[in-house]
Design a protein around this ligand. Structure first.
Ligand code: FRU
Length: 488
């Protein structure tokens, strides 16, 4: 289907109920619909937005174009949850209706102040010559869920040194000052994080830009900053970051730098190189929030910009990743699936065995499940697992002891996409055991390795019948495994 601008910049009000219902029907018949992931009821989902813990509940919004699987006129769609697993549909949160968001309510964050949730976002506008002007805007949600937009944008004129790529405000507090980070491209086409300060969340003063030495991209999207275990962690997506060995193989990366806490009165970036948060294929624009238990939780877009999705043919595209709890251990960032996911496990099966060659176990198969397996005594060249295996299909994940790398291979995962970026992802791994916590949904796999030290995320479009699970070791290893069905 062709998607000219005239079709992309329409809202739900511009199409008939019959037209929308036929789109809904196509989506509902799609064989790749997820079961426990947040996905759009129609159209395209991208970045998570406004992720917050507010009045006893998690609130999460996402970028949404309702009318088809393309980037068009963006809304914020709103869901809420008490447990990060069961999500309530709250309908559209923000629709593009004001002059300062005529071409989309773009990404942004939530900030709780008293009994209100402040939602900061970028209003995207285009003039008749398609020249873009971004505005940084505010809407406020009360405890009943009513959202009211501020009459005027908070930041209208971006500083002169930036192009029109100036968006995705992230607001947080440090001492008695509020700060707002904004993803930006300089006129020299360098990606930086611009930042503002404010005493009242309404009036913002431009302070400067964070220049991150290990970044060579042209635009940094979706910045986030938080502190954890005495470290400062700055997250952003570096568009144009050059591939480097195993790294940055996707069209654009989502990554972070970790170092000393950043004092935004005199910011200085110390510490590590820019590194990817997720080693897999489909992960972008993550956002974090702090909950009442003091946990730092991250949710990402289970997709990428500029890459088609197999489900486009059925009128929808993409979903969000499972929520991950972040921790810093020995200076490294760990990401674990939210513990609450254990509450939807049903019907446990377990097995323990020596393996040498390939091995399957009764009851270890399926399309929607949580698999935990640990390989020890690794006297082998390779050890790992084949998921969604069937005739000519399998998704392979293993530790290659000859190279000390973890490898995810989706060459035989079924219908392929984004082929120009390759179908193998790998990263260094130097541990004496391999512990996998794997979540499989109808068309996705998330693999958490050694309690969250590495994560590999990928969508897969495998035949319904390919439901096998095969463990393997080239050489000898010991294996312990459990599997659960997952049901909301
Ligand atoms: C990232 C992004 C953001 C922007 C939004 C628009 O995927 O490009 O920078 O605000 O998506 O949907």
């Amino acid at each position: 289907m062709e998607w000219p601008r005239s079709k992309r910049y329409r809202t739900l009000n511009d199409i008939s109920e019959t037209e929308y219902n036929s789109l809904l029907e196509r989506v509902n018949h799609c064989p790749y619909r997820e079961t426990y992931h947040i996905q759009p009821k129609t159209g395209l989902l991208n970045d998570p937005n406004g992720f917050s813990f507010f009045q006893g509940e998690y609130h999460l919004f996402y970028q949404w174009f309702p009318l088809g699987p393309v980037h068009g006129l963006k809304h914020w769609y709103h869901v809420s949850s008490k447990d990060l697993v069961h999500w309530k549909d709250c309908g559209i949160g923000l629709s593009p209706e004001k002059y300062y968001e005529s071409h989309g309510v773009f990404s942004g964050t939530g900030f709780v102040k008293g009994d209100q949730l402040y939602l900061f976002y970028t209003g995207n506008t285009r003039d008749k010559d398609w020249i873009r002007t971004p505005y940084q805007c505010l809407a406020v949600m009360d405890s009943k869920g009513n959202i009211v937009k501020h009459e005027e944008p908070l930041i209208c004129d971006s500083p002169k040194e930036y192009t029109d790529n100036f968006r995705d405000p992230k607001v947080f507090q440090q001492d008695d000052t509020y700060y707002c980070l904004i993803g930006a491209e300089t006129k020299e086409n360098k990606g930086v994080v611009a930042y503002y300060s404010s005493a009242d969340l309404i009036h913002w003063e431009y302070e400067g830009a964070l220049d991150i030495p290990s970044v060579n991209g042209f635009m940094l999207e979706c910045p986030d900053y938080f502190e954890l275990n005495d470290q400062g962690i700055l997250i952003f997506c570096a568009q144009g970051q050059k591939p480097d060995g195993d790294h940055f193989r996707n069209i654009f990366p989502a990554g972070y730098v970790i170092g000393d806490k950043i004092d935004f009165k005199h910011p200085e970036i110390t510490g590590n190189e820019y590194q990817e948060l997720d080693r897999g294929f489909d992960f972008y624009a993550p956002q974090t929030t702090l909950d009442e238990k003091g946990r730092r939780i991250l949710v990402g877009w289970f997709g990428l910009p500029g890459v088609d999705c197999i489900t486009d043919e059925n009128g929808w595209a993409h979903c969000l990743t499972l929520p991950r709890e972040l921790q810093v251990i020995d200076g490294r960032l760990y990401q674990k699936p939210a513990a609450e996911l254990e509450n939807i496990r049903k019907n446990q099966r377990s097995a323990a065995s020596e393996i040498s060659g390939e091995k399957t176990f009764d009851g270890f198969c399926g399309k929607i499940y949580n698999l935990e397996c640990t390989f020890t005594d690794l006297k082998c060249k390779k050890a790992g697992v084949k998921l969604r295996a069937g005739e000519n299909e399998e998704t392979l994940f293993y530790l290659d002891k000859t190279t000390n790398k973890l490898v995810l291979n989706r060459e035989k995962s079924g219908r392929l996409y984004a082929e120009e970026y390759g179908q193998i992802r790998q990263c260094d791994f130097d541990e004496d055991h391999l512990k996998l916590q794997i979540f499989v949904d109808t068309s996705s796999i998330e693999i958490f390795v050694n309690d969250g030290l590495e994560v590999f995320t990928t969508r897969i479009y495998t035949q319904e019948e390919s439901q096998g699970i095969t463990f393997f070791a080239e050489g000898n290893a010991k294996l312990q495994a459990s599997i659960w069905d997952l049901k909301l």
